[in-house]
Design a protein around this ligand. Sequence first.
Ligand SMILES: [Fe+2]
Length: 193
Amino acid sequence: MEQTFGGRLRGYRKGKHLTQQELAERIGVSDKTVSRWESGRGLPDLALLEPLGAALGVSVAELLSGECVTNRNRAGNPLRGRFYVCPVCGNVIHAMGEGSFHCCGVALPPLEAEVPDETHELTAEDVDGEYYVSLAHPMEKGHFISFLALVGPSRLEIVKLYPEQEAAARFSKRGGGILYACCNRHGLFCRKL
Ligand SMILES: [Fe+2]
């Protein structure tokens, strides 16, 4: 993958079999402007990044970072999915395939789920035909479980939690899956249900 913005732009344009003129027309600039960007003598306006990405069939994140995202698994499989959590605002993203995700100006790496230690042990009980999932974990402002999730082969349930709440949630009982707990300080933990 080309390291410069201009080089990537040229690569994406050629991949789409577009001339500089054709790309320029699609986003409402002159072919000289596109030529300037590709040769590194200028960068597009922020407002042009979305239409540029759309014309080239790539996301703005791919255009800017050069991270190439390919999904062989077109259908998406929740069980192979990954969680991404924004360290700035706490936004939670779950992706069923490869992706490049940004939030609050930060590129988010996928969280690697670990086997729970004693503090992050996940208990699941059958209560009234539902799974009652809980942890004996602090729920203080600086250290708490920020979400619990149950991921099945065709279903994803996320329960967002906040400090002072109970570290527990109920999930519908439809077969097994993978239980996840995310601690704001220690990361993601999982166990099979
Ligand atoms: Fe923790």
